[in-house]
Ligand binder design. Structure first.
Ligand SMILES: C[S@@+](CC[C@H](N)C(=O)[O-])C[C@H]1O[C@@H](n2cnc3c(N)ncnc32)[C@H](O)[C@@H]1O
Length: 219
């Protein structure tokens, strides 16, 4: 599964400019719109082609971005080169990333916790909480059991290109239960929480996603 997922993301990131588009979730841009980000430090886990990293770095934040897709990181490095942006991007599995306790003002984990197996997901959740500085902000989103991909066997999702299911559903490891995202980060104060199902026309053929999105702050 790991190798197939890396291969799939390398293939899709090798296509158009930004496979998932440059649009970010509105709750993320709304929250950071009026925040001073100069010299803040951010970690973007499973950054893909780095759309969240680019937003933060364009506002002066120093970003550490990691993803196990070499094609995603190569594209991000190219985008961050001219004009130069403060992004340190590395091809790395989150399983091998050394989280520095209290190391980051901002951590982004956008549709990646749901790509991790149970053990790595639980370790990563603990590591995120520990790696935030006091008052640090987490932005994370995941797909939930309301996603049409939930319950579709991964191989079937890949082979049959099922109606209304994302073309990258085969890379999913887990769909979060109702309210689960909020519960696993209950050590943090919730600033914003949303669950719902929405259409997605940014990649592949039109499909829906069941989302849970969380903005939260460490005490
Ligand atoms: C759905 S994409 C989201 C990309 C990006 N966060 C965004 O919102 O545009 C999921 C990303 O997680 C990455 N990923 C999945 N498992 C990973 C792991 N164990 N370590 C590092 N990256 C991983 C994939 O390579 C892929 O780029």
């Amino acid at each position: 599964m790991k190798d197939r997922s890396i291969e799939k993301f390398n293939t899709v990131y090798g296509t158009k400019a930004c496979y998932y588009g440059y649009d970010l979730r509105k709750e993320f841009t709304d929250y950071f719109a009026d925040k001073a980000l100069e010299n803040k430090t951010a970690l973007d886990l499973g950054c893909g082609e780095g759309r969240y990293s680019l937003f933060l770095a364009q506002r002066g934040c120093r970003v550490h971005a990691v993803d196990r897709s070499a094609a995603g990181i190569a594209k991000l490095k190219k985008m961050a080169a001219a004009p130069p942006l403060p992004i340190d991007a590395a091809v790395m599995d989150i399983a091998d990333f050394e989280f520095k306790p209290g190391g980051y003002d901002i951590i982004v984990a956008a549709t990646v916790l749901d790509h991790l197996d149970q053990d790595l997901r639980q370790r990563t959740i603990s590591n995120i909480i520990s790696a935030l500085k006091p008052s640090g902000i987490l932005y994370t989103n995941v797909f939930t059991v309301s996603d049409p991909g939930f319950g579709v066997k991964m191989a079937a999702a890949a082979q049959k290109n099922r109606e209304n299911v994302s073309d990258t559903a085969e890379c999913m490891e887990y769909y979060f239960a109702e309210n689960e995202l909020k519960q696993v980060f209950s050590d943090l104060a919730v600033l914003y929480y949303y669950e719902g199902t929405e259409p997605d026309t940014s990649h592949g053929r039109p499909h829906d996603h069941g989302w849970a999105c969380l903005l939260a702050q460490k005490a």
